[in-house]
Design a protein around this ligand. Structure first.
Ligand code: ADP
Ligand code: MN
Ligand code: MN
Ligand code: MN
Length: 339
């Protein structure tokens, strides 16, 4: 007997990468071999030298096909054995390794928007729905759009063994969120990419497209972010480390460096309105959803826990975001002797 392995990879689409996948039939019990694809069709190679290599790095049960079938997340390599320039996971690995002792955890809140017939699900064909207010965590057919897909996606993530920690309806009609974590910097990003693939795949059956566009509806509508919750062991044990981490993110050069890696179109989303801070001014504060970085209220009470970087866009490559946070915060914590 044989099983189906769905090889999933991140392509080279600019400005935000897309997911691609194809199926390999493998003998029962067979290991996952390296595979290849035509990089000229994914913005990853020129036509006259088009072969790229898929290296399996994470696999889990396939909740769509069931049985022994698998989802297989891959890194993209060049035929000379070096990571493809679009392979951000390969850039994260040495940083994650360097600071592994600090035991970083991440919880990423992935916001996204369903689209059908060219508009957000729940938007009328002409004009606009009632203004924002009742939709966030709403219930009822006049406020909630796409729950059937969302429930199916949640079940699929659980069945696949992903570290999904919750879901909620968001501020704009057709907008939702799922959270992955807490998990380490590599795992949280691997799981997030597979959860995104499952979302697209399941919504496809409903003729709905899920988008990570950071500003899917222009005007007085919330954008879509990927708030990134972060802690190290020292932060989970004491408040000084929480403050050190918050301060490190505002150090000279760090604001620009992080914003550059926090997703395409971030200037349009981080306007200072709609529960965001302006992209070029760094701030942190307790319970402050208008700050760049929020210290949750409970964390201030407990004097330990984690921080929430509210800046990352929905369309991030999470490997970039976890790399930047680990590098900036763990370097500062090490210097401060808070490890
Ligand atoms: P919000 O109140 O901002 O909507 P959510 O509940 O959506 O927050 O998401 C919070 C995320 O933070 C969850 O994924 C959760 O697992 C994660 N989290 C909780 N504790 C920690 C921690 N110590 N370090 C990192 N992430 C954490
Ligand atoms: Mn949330
Ligand atoms: Mn949210
Ligand atoms: Mn949040």
């Amino acid at each position: 007997m044989s099983y189906k392995a769905e090889y999933i990879w991140i392509d080279g689409t600019e400005p935000s990468a897309r997911l691609r996948s194809k199926t390999k039939i493998l003998a029962d019990g067979a290991e996952l071999p390296d595979w290849g694809f035509d990089g000229s069709s994914t913005n990853q190679a020129p036509g006259d030298n088009s072969d790229c290599v898929l290296k399996p790095v994470f696999s889990c049960p396939d909740p769509i096909r069931g049985g022994a079938h698998k989802l297989v997340l891959c890194e993209v390599y060049l035929v000379d054995g070096t990571p493809h320039p679009t392979n951000n996971r390969a850039k994260l690995l040495p940083i994650a390794e360097q600071f592994a002792e600090q035991d970083s955890w991440f919880g990423i809140e992935q916001e996204y928007t369903f689209f059908q017939e060219g508009r957000p699900l729940g938007f009328p064909a002409v004009g606009f729905p009632a203004p924002q207010g009742p939709y966030y965590c709403g219930v009822g057919a006049d406020e909630v759009f796409g729950r059937e897909i969302v429930e199916k996606h949640l079940d699929a993530c659980i069945e696949a063994g992903l570290a999904v920690s919750g879901i909620n309806a968001e501020v704009m009609p057709g907008q939702w969120e799922f959270q992955i974590g807490p998990a380490g910097p590599v795992d949280v990003a691997d799981h997030l990419w597979v959860a995104r693939w499952l979302l697209y795949r399941i919504a496809e059956e409903f003729d709905v497209a899920a988008t990570l566009d950071a500003k899917p509806a222009k005007g007085d509508w919330n954008g879509a972010g990927a708030h990134t919750n972060f802690s190290t062991r020292a932060m989970r044990e004491g408040y000084d480390a929480i403050i050190t981490a918050c301060e490190s993110l505002g150090a000279p050069g760090k604001v620009e460096e992080h914003i550059a890696g926090y997703g395409h179109g971030i200037e349009e989303r981080l306007t200072g309105h709609h529960e965001t801070a302006p992209h070029d001014v760094y701030s942190y504060g307790v319970s402050d959803r208008g700050a760049s970085v929020r210290i949750p209220w409970q964390v201030e009470v407990d004097k330990k826990g984690y921080i929430e970087d509210r800046r990352p866009n929905a369309n991030i490559d999470p490997y970039n975001v976890t790399r930047l946070l680990v590098n900036t915060c763990c370097t500062a914590l090490e210097k401060a002797g808070q490890v």
